[in-house]
Design a protein around this ligand. Structure first.
Ligand SMILES: [Cu+2]
Length: 279
């Protein structure tokens, strides 16, 4: 549980959630969460473009089916046609879908290139998925800590049920982060929808992904989205971006709070932690 004694009053402000500054799921939400950062914005643009393409194709196929059902119904076609080939139509239904796929492939490959090729980053965070919590490690700062969901009976009015955690991942605003994502036991998945980050966390393997954290303090909520056992639904992800000064202050206090000489040992020790099961 959060030990507020460790945090000075100005830092408390960082941890007060605000509806205005949070990327989170909303009740009855139909669309994607508003994107943050260039990868999420590009992915959302691609999604919106594909939605138009797929809607036009579906409407065309539906219209064609309705027309064929009406035009070639039994009443007006007593003798059925035996036609089985039409070269022009066969060329069309091959060439047109190929062209549509090429049009889709261009923005899609651009996005893949953006995600995979731009390796410049300002900081590295190692994320370890475990049953059922996350461990965040800042290799350059030599700190790591566990992040547990706040259980329902301990939740305060300002916290979000099933989403808020005791120790959120704090990062400075306006930077590029490289996440190294690995696992401690079964497969998990590190998923923050508004940042378009979704990477499997697999024991014995390190996956990497980079993302841009836009300017401005904000809370980004995510969840494990690889079914990983009985408490799969209770290992949310909270990433908070704060100003550079607040980050430095947090880092100073975190180094005391989460001091750790041997990070690998810490991960092994995490195995012994017991998570109270939620009914
Ligand atoms: Cu999981």
């Amino acid at each position: 549980m959060f030990n507020f004694k460790f945090y000075s009053p100005h830092l408390l402000l960082i941890f007060l959630p605000s509806a205005l500054f949070a990327s989170e799921p909303k009740p009855w939400q139909m669309d994607l969460q508003p994107p943050s950062g260039i990868i999420a914005e590009t992915a959302t643009d691609l999604h919106n473009f594909l939605l138009i393409v797929i809607t036009l194709i579906s409407l065309f196929v539906l219209g064609l089916l309705i027309y064929v059902c009406w035009r070639y119904r039994e009443n007006s076609n007593k003798i059925a046609s035996k036609t089985s080939h039409n070269t022009l139509i066969e060329i069309l239904w091959t060439v047109i879908p190929v062209l549509i796929l090429v049009v889709i492939a261009i923005p899609s490959f651009k996005l893949l290139y953006l995600q995979e090729a731009d390796k410049e980053y300002d900081m590295v965070v190692k994320v370890t998925g475990a049953q059922w919590y996350w461990n965040y490690e800042y290799p350059d700062e030599k700190i790591n800590f566990d992040s547990y969901m706040i259980e329902e009976d301990k939740i305060t009015k300002t916290q979000k049920r099933l989403l808020d955690v005791d120790n959120p991942l704090i990062v400075p605003e306006g930077i590029k982060i490289k996440f190294l994502i690995t696992g401690n036991d079964v497969m998990h998945s590190f998923f923050i929808p508004s940042l378009a980050v979704q990477v499997y966390s697999i024991a014995g393997r390190v996956n990497e992904v980079w993302t841009e954290i836009p300017n401005g303090p904000k809370t980004y909520y995510g969840q494990c989205n690889q079914i990983c056992g009985v408490n799969h639904a209770y290992m949310p992800i909270v990433l908070k971006s704060v100003s550079k000064e607040d980050y430095k202050k947090w880092l100073k206090e975190a180094k005391t709070k989460f001091a750790s000489a041997n990070n690998n040992l810490k991960i092994v020790m995490n195995n012994e932690k017991k998570f109270k099961e939620i009914n």
